[in-house]
Design a protein around this ligand. Structure first.
Ligand code: GLU
Length: 375
């Protein structure tokens, strides 16, 4: 009998793997460690074969590009940006080759951190990632370093990976770096540092274990990893800090290799809805006909056809109230259209949207993943 694997990685429908520069790029030569990357891609292919969706968040652009341009540290911001622009092509090329070996298509996605703060770009980035996953591609994400206005810091991709996990409601994120997990103190300095296998809540005691932000406890630092953990816990996404140096590192932690798991209490979808509820105040309302009210109660998305009126003023991605004709509040959600466009397509079939607005927008006015229906 085939033994079904269990554990957060095997059970994840949507898995994110974050790879740090120190693993991917050979320090001495500045070249991508291809044999190692091939082994990671073999693990990814095994997940895809089991029907899991996988997103990679990869650093390494600056480390690779710096050598190619003959730059020596310390680099100014614009030199780092130039290095990233050169290195990113190399990275994408290596991922493409390594994944093609398994018949997998790769898609490069460059994001800036505030993509997830700006609702409109957030919805676009999410829809692109969803589409890529549906089409079976493996998105490989990095920060869009060319347009980054703040200093490019190692460790920023920990946070980026967590934001991506939140954005796509991922079930698990693995942060691969050069440390196998969280310790009560920096294990390189303190021989009494004890390993913590599991964290369910980020208490002040746990946060204090990361030490000061400047310390290099885990490349990129433990502080950024705990920031990532905080985002993941609130997004209902399980997160692991794991050592990645050995070949097939994903298979290794699945087989019980040492790592620290951060385990949230809620599921990603529930957490997402709590976030929609908690973080945003509605700036308008859509009023529905009775058919749409019934459809919503059955967990469907809201289509323009079911809307009888649109109130207030809001932009695409803003939070709106969803009401019945009698004024009863059914819930709230993120609108895929601005108030102005929503008024024009209200009561119309989704197939007519392009003709009315002049562009082919989303079929749904509010997608069910962006909708919270009360009681
Ligand atoms: N985006 C940077 C790079 O690709 C790295 C940021 C990080 O390591 O967190 O080089």
């Amino acid at each position: 009998m085939v033994k079904t694997k269990t554990g957060p990685i095997a059970e994840a429908k949507r898995l994110i793997v974050k790879i740090g520069s120190s693993l991917l790029v050979d320090e001495a030569s500045g070249l991508v460690r291809r044999t190692w990357l091939d082994s990671v891609c073999t693990d990814i292919a095994a997940c895809r074969k089991r029907g899991q969706e996988v997103i990679v968040v990869s650093s390494g652009a600056v480390a690779v590009g710096r050598r190619r341009l003959g730059l020596t540290p310390p680099l100014k911001l614009e030199e780092k940006q130039a290095a990233a622009a050169t290195g990113q092509i190399r990275l994408a090329h290596d991922y493409q080759e390594a994944l093609a070996h398994h018949g997998l298509s790769v898609a490069q996605v460059l994001l800036t951190l505030d993509d997830s703060d700006n609702r409109r770009r957030y919805l676009n980035a999410r829809a692109t990632l969803e589409t890529l996953l549906r089409l079976g591609a493996v998105p490989v994400i990095n920060e869009n370093d060319t347009v980054a206005t703040a200093e490019i810091r190692f460790g920023d991709n920990d946070r980026l990976a967590a934001r991506v996990a939140q954005m796509v409601s991922a079930d698990a994120l693995v942060l691969f770096s050069d440390i196998d997990g969280l310790y009560t103190a920096d294990p390189r300095k303190d021989k009494d540092a004890a390993f913590i296998p599991e964290v369910r809540e980020l208490t002040p005691e746990i946060e204090a274990m990361a030490g000061d932000p400047g310390s290099a406890y885990g490349s990129g630092g433990m502080v950024t990893k705990l920031v990532a953990a905080k985002i993941c816990l609130s997004a209902g996404c399980k997160m692991a800090i794991a050592r990645g140096q050995a070949m097939n590192p994903l298979a290794a932690i699945e087989a019980g290799g040492r790592c620290t798991w951060f385990l949230p209490s809620a599921e990603p979808r529930t957490a997402r809805k709590q976030w929609i509820y908690g973080a945003m105040s509605p700036t308008g309302a859509v009023i529905l006909d009775d058919g749409a009210v019934r459809a919503l109660r059955h967990g469907r998305s809201l289509l323009p056809a079911g809307v009888v009126a649109v109130e207030g003023s809001f932009e695409r991605g803003d939070c709106v109230l969803v009401q019945g004709k009698d004024g009863q509040i059914l819930g709230r959600g993120l609108s895929a259209y601005s108030a102005e466009d929503a008024r024009r397509i209200a009561g119309r079939q989704s197939a007519e949207i392009e003709q009315i607005l002049g562009f082919h927008g989303r079929d749904e006015l509010i997608h069910r993943d962006d909708l919270v229906v009360e009681g």
